[in-house]
Every structure is written in C-alpha cells, then in structure tokens.
Design a protein around this ligand. Sequence first.
Ligand SMILES: C[S@@+](CC[C@H](N)C(=O)[O-])C[C@H]1O[C@@H](n2cnc3c(N)ncnc32)[C@H](O)[C@@H]1O
Length: 308
Amino acid sequence: MTHVPVLLQETLEALAVKAGGVYVDGTLGRAGHAREMLRRGAARVIGIDRDDAALAEVSAALDGMSEATSGELILRKGCHGDLAEIVRAEGMEEVDGILLDLGVSSPQLDDASRGFSFRADGPLDMRMDRSRGLTAADIVNSRTAAELTEIFRTLGEEPHSRRIALAIEKARALRRFETTLQLAGLVERIVGRSGARHPATRVFQALRMAVNDELGELSRALVGGLGLLKPGGRFAVITFESLTDRMVKRFFADHAGRMVSLQQGGARWEGVLPRVRPVWRRAVTATVEERGANARSRSARLRAVERV
Ligand SMILES: C[S@@+](CC[C@H](N)C(=O)[O-])C[C@H]1O[C@@H](n2cnc3c(N)ncnc32)[C@H](O)[C@@H]1O
C-alpha cells in the first residue's frame, strides 16, 4: 500500500521551498510531499494528519529519512482546520509555506476495513480519525430522506439524490446499512450503470465529506493558514473534486482582490485581507505522463498563492 504523491514537482515549485524554511503539511499522509520539502533543505516541517495509521507509518519510517536530510519533521495528530493553533502551540507565529493535499489517501482507499471504497466490501465507516465521530453507516441509517438528499446533492453533486435517498429509507426499514457493497449495490440498482465511473462515486464522496466535515475543515484551514504566512510565504492546495476546487479558487480570488479605477484618477485595491497574489493564473493539472502512471492524479488540481 504505497501512496504516490501527486503533482510533486509542481507542488515544490508552488511552495518555493527554500533552505532553512519552516513549512506546514496539513495532510501529511505517507509524507510523500513532506519528505521532499526536507530534501530541499526545509529546516522544519510540521506534519498534521487526523489518521493514526498514517502517523504511525511515517513515525516508523522517520529513521530512514534522517539520513537524507538535516531538517526536522514534527508529527502532530489533529485536524488541519486547527492548523493555526497547532503551529502556535509549537511556539511559532509565522511559516514560509503551507500545503493541503486534500481527500483520501491510497492506503485509506485500499484498506477495505476503512470503508472508503465502493469496490471492496467493508464496514461503512469512512472516518479518517477512527477514534471519534459518526460513521457513514450512522449517517445513512439515521438521517431523514430529506437530509440525505441534501448531503448527496450538495457534497456529491449527485443528480439522482432524492431517488437514492428514498430508496435508502425504504431499504433500511428492512435491514440496517452496515457495509460498503450493500450501499454501492443499492445505488447501482437505482441509478444503473453508464460510463466508466461507478454509479456510487458521488454518493460515497458526499458521505466521506459529511463524515469528515471536509468543507468545514478546508474553510478553517484556509483562514487559519493565511494568517500564519510570512510576507512572501506560499499556500498550495491540491483538490480532487470540483466542489473543493471552487472553494479554494474563490477564497484565493477574494484575497487577491482587484484594482478598481477611481473617479479622481488612480486606482485602489479591493479585496479581503490579508492580501495574496496568485502563483499561477490557472489551476495546475497533472502531465500526460503522470496521469498515465498514477490514476489518482487525473482529477488533481493545484492552486497556489503568495502572501504579499
Ligand atoms: C491525499 S492524502 C495526503 C498524501 C500526502 N501528501 C503524501 O504525499 O503522502 C490526505 C491525507 O490527509 C489526511 N486528512 C484529510 N483531511 C484531514 C484533516 N481535516 N485534518 C488532518 N488530516 C486530514 C488524511 O487522513 C490523509 O492521510
């Protein structure tokens, strides 16, 4: 179970990793990106993840990493929504760069017992932090059809949300939903199969986002992270769904602002503080080579800004 970091070179360029710099990786995973930051000379990387399995694996691999770098990787269990508090608790007020590589990791997806996959049978869990919170089964078995419709529509952008929610309500009256394939099978029966995408893709995405409050986490991480950046510091975010990409794009655009011409002459900047400038005008996507080698990279979009 390996995790190949996506858009690795592009991310390092986005962060402009420099020798002696201090960085935050708010989605440490298997530390694919964090290791490279250290190899490029970063003095310190604070690696945050809410998944105990990810932290345990990186911790076990730390010895091998120290040979290649002189920098320090500080591991912290927590949510990136709290990244500002986590960094300040380390006695730091400012950092040179922040990375969020959102969503689920390959090891999480490949381990059927985590419940993220609609291809392998496992408990309908989907919690990145298995020590707390509601599981996907809790949500599927307890929410009203109207609430499930709303979750599938807003977080999954699923066009058949209501039909699926009503079918769930009917089916769970006979038997609780406990497993991934039970839910994936029901969605497939309701929606049918067309195209290469599994028909349950959007429903699973919506449940994963609801279980882990991914939009709330992202929103708090963006606000908290921007407040931590030094002038010239960089914020890079990799997303895998249009919903989260739009959120990042809007947040960065609001802080990049725009110049408005004044009647009396000259121009004035209008936007939300602190001010940033985009590193690239558009989102960066994977090259043809990377798409061929790593299927996960196909939907990846990287956006980055610099604090001015
Ligand atoms: C796509 S993986 C990151 C992979 C990593 N960049 C690498 O190269 O190995 C996303 C990771 O972020 C973690 N994660 C997702 N949401 C989180 C949150 N709100 N707070 C902390 N960690 C989170 C997941 O548990 C997962 O390990």
